[in-house]
Design a protein around this ligand. Sequence first.
Ligand SMILES: [Zn+2]
Length: 258
Amino acid sequence: MKFQLLPSTFDENGCASARQHLSCFVIDDCVAIDAGSLAMASSSTQKKQIRDVVLTHAHLDHVAGLPLFIDDLFAKLKVPVRVFGTKEVIEIIERDIFNWHVYPSFSELRNGNSAVLEYQTFENGKEFLVKHLRFKPIAVNHKVPTVGFVISDDNKTLGLSGDTAEMEEFWEVLNAEKKLSALLIECAFPDELEELALVSHHLTPQRLKKELEKFTQKDCPIYVINIKPMYFDEVVRQVETLKIKNLEILKVGRVYNL
Ligand SMILES: [Zn+2]
């Protein structure tokens, strides 16, 4: 299994920067988890192959590229883009994005070949298949209904927290997995913005440290994701001072092979 966090931010030279405004992970070049920069930063191979998008939640930084992705592919699609989400998440994007006001209601439209957008709902705790991948959704602790995932192919297993504050069930499920190949976990704000992190249900480095004490797979590589770009340097510095074995910042754009 390979995965990549697509870039979403430019540096002063117009090149992809290490900072992350939007969230979009691509697995094996064919399945997207969230769609923040899906239209803007996916490769031509990924654009050709991705027809399945699995959403953690409906916040803009996780769905911004979805309407544009379908728009770009509209005339070419031979099968619909399938969007997987909980009932709540799909209701939100149908009501607030694909509503003809913000963007067309693609679920009502067809090109010459097929429908262009199809929804697939899943329930917390119930596994579902997307291509060759098994997804186990677990409700996490964010301001809006949000899930994390355990994602497996025949060989490897990846944990992804999504946006979240402190969790219990997520750790129980992860700890029960035989062997995790990698864990991606958020840490949005630096320690000095503790209050903001609390009201918006995100983690800080100190609270991330406490969370990781609940994780029993001590040899598993852990990558920090979803750092707010404004606070990137502070969060990186604070994460480094935690001195936790196997913990590092996920590199935007890099392809990781598990
Ligand atoms: Zn969020």
